[in-house]
Design a protein around this ligand. Structure first.
Ligand code: PNW
Length: 506
């Protein structure tokens, strides 16, 4: 009733950042429009068997042509921040800085201007997995394996800062290095589909080539140095005049001991977070890889930072980013590993020793719902990195069975409403009780979209996209729930911090 009277402190500060998220390759489409060059996903998706039902993102949500409509959706819901990514090859078709595609620059200028005039701030990811195909030259020095890509990324980042930094005030250099390093170069399920040191491994079927014990570490190392160099460029050339902030986002769950009475399983929890978050957090904070990794990865397979790359990385962030979806039970095996999947000497499972499930399965096979893990990992980040500003750049879910429902039924996404509400409530506890400096939350995703190897058969949107009917957009119940929830948390008095979900379901 007193919602508009601002004399009380609200549950979360008024300037808390609420947003939703997308990525260029997953929503834009327009793959060959106005001079866009090919990226590694354009090739990967055309290898038979790589994407469910052999679907492609050539059209995706056609966000390229329809973004005005999507801006209206955000206005309807009162969402004032959009995390999105730039398609590298839309502005540098061959990845070469001497070959700038002005039509691509124009597109992002129009997009950022449209967002800002609608009162929506763009939060921009520079790399969300769509590497220029020009760097994928089919040798064992291809793509992120090649240290020269570090300088190519810096050229690209510099161009983005220069072209858009007057309007873009938040930059995220890299999205989930672990995911593209391990799935793209370890097991081959994402582009460029490498899964062994074999130089011809690019287009083998999933599971055909084994796991690489080396490439994910090399790829991650180059991506980390690329991040460091881009941050240095931003700070040296742009930050003072443009006044923005820069960081990266890291995917991590938390973990729960598989057998609570086994102290080794408790230790495995720490090791598992080191292998996901600290792999990228420690180099940024301390200029080196975590001891949990250096002591376990055998045979010189983990690269190390020299004095100059260490100094480059150390302190290379204004905030720390987290993408949180799920957590797993972990069990210490003690068996030295031979690849990233085993190097931590633990196994993970959604079931514990007593056969209990950590949380309900989503439609995505890797995702079980465990909201408490969000609060746990936030607390872990606060402690390990001396209380940094943190943004949750992704959190969201695919509902079981959702993708086979007709539109009218898919709109009633109770599973997603509960997921979002429960995770946001854990975050509120994290801020108010653990005093973690979480500054923002971005829901993945604004729209159903091309979910990588799952194609369109897994939906994460708070907006339904009808792929059988001209890509029409319809806001799902979860979209309205999220809208009501964020309105409440920025206006309701602090004492009313424990609402029930039913008050947001109208
Ligand atoms: C993230 N896994 O990817 C990405 O940042 C998004 O582009 C993606 O759409 C979203 O999460 C939902 O999947 C992941 O298999 C993809 O563990 C796969 C996994 C994790 C994250």
């Amino acid at each position: 009733i007193l919602l508009s009277v601002a004399c009380y402190a609200s549950v979360l500060p008024k300037d808390f950042t609420w947003g939703s998220a997308t990525a260029a390759f997953q929503v834009e489409g327009a793959w060959n429009i106005s001079g866009r060059g090919p990226c590694i996903w354009d090739y990967f998706q055309n290898c038979p068997g790589r994407i469910a039902l052999n679907q492609t993102a050539e059209v995706a949500d056609d966000f390229y042509h329809r973004y005005s409509q999507d801006i209206q959706i955000m206005q309807t819901l009162g969402i004032k921040n959009l995390r999105l990514s730039i398609s590298w090859t839309r502005i540098l078709p061959t990845g070469d800085i001497n070959n700038i595609n002005q039509a691509g620059i124009d597109f992002y200028n129009q997009l950022f201007n449209a967002l800002i005039s609608a009162g929506i701030q763009p939060w921009v990811t520079l790399f969300h997995w769509d590497l220029p195909q020009a760097y994928n030259n089919f040798t064992n020095q291809s793509t992120w394996l090649n240290p020269d890509v570090v300088h190519k990324f810096n050229d690209y980042a510099d161009l983005c800062f220069k072209s858009f930094g007057d309007r873009v005030k938040h930059w995220i250099t890299m999205n989930e290095i672990q995911t593209f390093a391990w799935i793209g170069y370890g097991v081959g399920g994402h582009a460029p589909g490498r899964c062994s040191p074999d130089i011809n491994s690019w287009c083998q079927s999933v599971g055909g080539g084994g796991n690489s014990s080396t490439e994910p570490y090399i790829v991650a190392h180059h991506a980390l140095i690329s991040h460091g160099l881009a941050v240095q460029t931003y700070r040296n050339k742009y930050q003072k005049t443009q006044g923005g902030k820069i960081g990266m986002t890291i995917n991590s769950g938390y973990a729960v001991p598989w057998n609570v009475s086994d102290p080794e399983d408790h230790k495995a929890v720490d090791v598992s977070v080191a292998f996901s978050y600290a792999w990228f957090g420690d180099p940024q904070a301390f200029g080196q890889y975590p001891e949990e990794m250096t002591s376990r990865i055998t045979g010189g397979r983990l690269p190390s930072f020299n004095a100059s790359t260490s100094a480059l990385l150390k302190g290379s962030y204004d905030f720390m980013g987290l993408n949180y979806y799920t957590s797993q039970y972990v069990h210490y095996t003690g068996i030295p590993g031979t690849d990233f999947g085993n190097d931590g000497r633990f196994t993970s499972s959604p079931y514990n020793a007593s056969g209990n499930l950590i949380g309900p399965f989503a439609e995505s096979t890797w995702l079980n719902v465990y909201p408490k893990g969000l609060r746990d990992v936030l607390k872990w980040i606060k402690k390990r990195y001396n209380d940094p500003d943190i943004y949750i750049f992704e959190n969201g879910v695919s509902c079981p069975g959702e993708s086979s429902l007709p539109e009218n039924l898919a709109l009633n996404d109770t599973f997603r409403m509960n997921y979002v509400f429960d995770h946001v409530m854990e975050m509120v506890d994290s801020v108010l009780d653990d005093h973690v400096k979480v500054k923002g939350y971005f829901l993945w995703s604004l729209l159903d979209n091309f979910e990588w190897a799952d194609g369109y058969n897994v939906r994460f949107g708070i907006t339904y996209v009808n792929y059988n009917n001209n890509l029409t957009r319809t806001i799902k119940d979860s979209g309205y729930m999220y809208s009501n929830l964020i309105q409440y948390l920025r206006t309701a008095p602090a004492e009313s911090r424990r609402p029930t979900i039913s008050s947001f379901m109208d």
